[in-house]
Design a protein around this ligand. Sequence first.
Ligand SMILES: Nc1ncnc2c1ncn2[C@@H]1O[C@H](COP(=O)(O)OP(=O)(O)OP(=O)(O)O)[C@@H](O)[C@H]1O
Ligand SMILES: Cc1ncc(CO)c(N)n1
Length: 527
Amino acid sequence: MEPRRTPRVLSIAGTDPTGGAGQHADLKTVAVLGGYGMSAITAIVVQNTQGVEAVHPVPVSVLSEQLEAVSRDVTVDAVKIGMLGSVPVIEAVSQWLGDHRPPVVVLDPVMVATAGGRLLDDDAEDAIRKLLELADLVTPNLPELAVLLGEEVAADWATALDQGHRLAEAHRVRVLVKGGHLPGEDTPDALIEPGRPEPAVEVHAPRVETRNTHGTGCSLSSAVAVLAARTGEWPAAVRAGRQWLRGALLAADRLEVGHGNGPVHHGHHLDDLLEQAVAEWSRPETEDEAEDTGTSFTRQLWNESGDLRERIRGGSFVPGLADGSLPREVFLDYLAQDLIYLQDYSRALAQLAVRAPRESWRALFAAGSAGCAEETATLHKTLVEADAPVQSTEVTDEYTDFLLATTQSRDWAVGVAAVLPCYWLYAWIGTELDRQRRAAQVQDGHDGSGGAHPYAAWLDSYSDPAFAEAGERVRAVVDDLARTADPATVDHMRRAFHRACELEFRFFEDPCLRGRARNGSGDGRET
Ligand SMILES: Nc1ncnc2c1ncn2[C@@H]1O[C@H](COP(=O)(O)OP(=O)(O)OP(=O)(O)O)[C@@H](O)[C@H]1O
Ligand SMILES: Cc1ncc(CO)c(N)n1
């Protein structure tokens, strides 16, 4: 198998108008995992997240014509076979495979849908068994594995593995045994190869708590097909496909599709990249155009500070907090500085309240100042318990001096622009930490529900929606002011915003630098 960066993957399967299973799941999976997806439809299935209502098979000759049209024109690197439905369809696909066998053939022997409903005629089981010989990998769930062997459904993992071995030997085919249907917390999967007594891959992970599992089987088999063509290796493809699917299950509830067993979030790993890319693509060419197209001043500021957010993401502090690897002493050092910072930040906000030109704005900043004061009281308690020394650093002084001077002596609008990054970047980091924490959990194969994250309480306080909301209100003030301010003031606002962003970054990284200096070397994170 020659690896290919963008494999051309053909799905032969039925449809799902709600987009979560069958062809639609296959095409989405292939696309988000870097392949080029194609589809030959076996049946139009009337279904949704609550079940299958009807199956309208495509005439067999029409399926064969689709297959021929593809292979006349396109080199197929991998094929994923899903719902076939009836004996004549299985025979047509077998014949096509005999003539044009691509280097990767994954067969998901679809028999019933998760949400209920038969997807294969009763007399078609023998024909599917014959098709196994033409596949490189077959991915049955436990009931399908049992039907293929003509046995009872395995009630435990050891029996499932044994059945997998016997199916692999009987048909000289790789088998992905999926334990998703086992009762209990564990959801094991294993890749079994004929002639090998031990599984080539065996992975275990706790069940993801969601009812949104529609199309997991379709998605996993397509994932393994595209990844096998991409990497040239079956075990790597199985491991990667499974980790990806786990992320898709963890993010599934966010989709809010349907009232039954909803679909998984195929593009979960692209969410963040997309946000950045869309911001980048939509950035106006010039400021004049920005005005014409109504891009707000703060949106421009945000777009201009993309590199800085990239540096925060690639730094030591935020990723260390997210995965819990940040040493405790570095975290406490940060908190001690944050206490000093927040005391002055509270003063800066109070200063803006005193000088506010409008009543509603005075109230906004007075409330912000009071909120900060509360926060410092809680922090103070944590630190006293931890007995950490509190002496301001150069970076802290630089940031607080800047904020106090700006809010006190500069144009009021410049002061507001200077305090905005603290609100806005923290809200952004809240979502960023959440994302990285999830990603770390996916890698560790646990969902974090049981395991204690060392900074969990603190991370949760970051994603407080009330805080993000206050940030949005401050943003609206900045936009309001920028609309009427003269160009010199707008320029000054822009500089104040970016300077505060830069100081935020240094404020995060400084405790890690000091940690490294104390220990002589290392990156300030535990390994
Ligand atoms: N709640 C869950 N948590 C973790 N993994 C799950 C969960 N549900 C399913 N999986 C995993 O999804 C993959 C496919 O599972 P399953 O055995 O349910 O396939 P299937 O029945 O063919 O799917 P479907 O018919 O829904 O398309 C397996 O790797 C399984 O472990
Ligand atoms: C078309 C189709 N294939 C497979 C499944 C299994 O989930 C489904 N629900 N629909």
